[in-house]
Design a protein around this ligand. Structure first.
Ligand code: NAD
Ligand code: UDP
Length: 339
């Protein structure tokens, strides 16, 4: 590998910045294309501090066809890792057109610009949300797919579009990576997830409670049919997830078609287990209260991770304790960053 130029859309964001680090470390050149809607330009400096290499950065929007065309004219792109998108489930219910415009319209522009430039290798950020509400766990890639909100549909529709594109033109190859619950931060503590406002997700919420920025953790239900009654998810360390993308880039080389692959650990962890791991990481007790179940939450979701191992040789290196320790290190650094 190496010596290739990868366009990373949304590369200033959480998953994109960590993937950029792994790509640079493995010798790829990286062009980040991001409108900075949900990220900061300073992440580019911090990526450079970690890797001693600087990615190229273009501030632009995937809804802007001309801007995309200019990127393909300006850089010798070999393949694309596509993270750019909006991801707030609740907001997608309130503003469906914004989500379809950004995540579908923007993605169509990207695929068109790629085709026009003869770049036909793509890694797409999909999600375990495409497994819907009716499948048993663990989730296998060939399960029937469905969604319960516009955000989820934008993932499933992108999968469909890419399958159709790959079927129509055998020069195309794509990996549809279905992420479970990404968490953690780079071991350096220099980059991580930095959601604006009050986080919806458990890990960043717990981090803010540990930092004294929020009062207590709200456990959404302890009467599920799980070992301790709280919800179970498959938390995957962001550095493992990032590495999965680089393995997928290698995999799709010379393999026409679209392959859907889970990126998870194959193991479930409960809310109470997360709180215990976070308390260990930050060395203090975290106040928590039990609230009613959150609407739409499933009792448990986790991956069958066999296909990623078989096709990509992918296995996770980090567990929940690493995830919490790394978030805590990052949280303390994030407090020192300008907002
Ligand atoms: P993020 O918000 O941190 O990163 C997304 C980046 O895309 C941001 O930097 C944002 O500024 C940029 N962006 C958004 N719209 C854009 C546009 N129109 N043009 C250019 N840039 C744009 O989110 P993330 O957690 O890193 O997620 C990356 C991708 O992975 C998203 O597509 C998301 O839906 C998907 N995903 C995330 C998770 C998760 O839990 N984090 C789970 C499954 C799938
Ligand atoms: N959860 C919780 N309190 C929170 C946020 C989430 O108890 O403040 C629970 C939620 O019910 C689920 C698990 O933690 O069982 C993971 O939720 P998250 O929102 O992080 O991920 P997702 O629901 O998207 O899998």
């Amino acid at each position: 590998m190496g010596n290739k130029t990868i366009l990373v859309t949304g590369g200033a964001g959480f998953i994109g910045s960590h993937t950029t680090v792994v790509l640079l470390e493995q010798g790829f050149d990286v062009v980040i294309f991001d409108n900075l809607f949900n990220s900061k330009a300073s992440v580019i400096d911090r990526i450079e501090r970690i890797t001693a290499r600087r990615p190229s950065f273009v501030q632009g929007d995937i809804r802007d066809r001309d801007a995309l065309a200019r990127v393909f004219e300006s850089f010798p792109i070999d393949a694309v890792v596509h993270f750019a998108g909006l991801k707030a489930v609740g907001e997608s219910v309130e503003k469906p057109l914004l989500y379809y415009e950004n995540n579908i319209g923007g993605s169509l522009n990207l695929y068109e610009a790629m085709g026009a430039a003869g770049v036909k290798r793509l890694i797409f950020s999909s999600s375990a949300t495409v497994y819907g509400e009716s499948n048993p766990t663990p989730y296998f890639e060939d399960f029937p797919l469905s969604c319960t909100n516009p955000y989820g549909w934008t993932k499933l529709m992108n999968e469909r579009i890419l399958r159709d594109l790959c079927a129509a033109d055998p020069a195309w190859s794509a990996a549809l990576l279905r992420y479970f619950n990404p968490g953690g931060a780079h071991r350096s503590g220099l980059i991580g997830e930095d959601p604006a406002g009050i986080p919806n997700n458990l890990l960043p919420y717990a981090a803010k409670v540990a930092a004294g920025r929020l009062e207590k953790i709200h456990i959404y239900g302890d009467d599920y049919d799980t070992a301790d009654g709280t919800g179970v998810r498959d938390y995957i360390h962001i550095t493992d997830l990032a590495r999965g993308h680089v393995l997928a880039l290698d995999y799709i080389e010379g393999r026409p078609g679209a392959a859907a692959i889970n990126l998870g650990t194959g193991k479930g962890t409960s809310v109470r287990q997360i709180i215990a791991a976070f308390e260990k990481a930050c060395g203090k007790k975290l106040p928590a209260v039990v609230d009613p179940r959150r609407a739409g939450d499933l009792p448990q979701t986790y991956a069958n991770a066999d296909l990623a191992k078989k096709l990509l040789g992918f296995e996770t290196n980090f567990g929940i304790e690493d995830i919490c320790a790394d978030i805590w290190r990052w949280q303390q650094f994030a407090l020192t960053l300008d907002s």
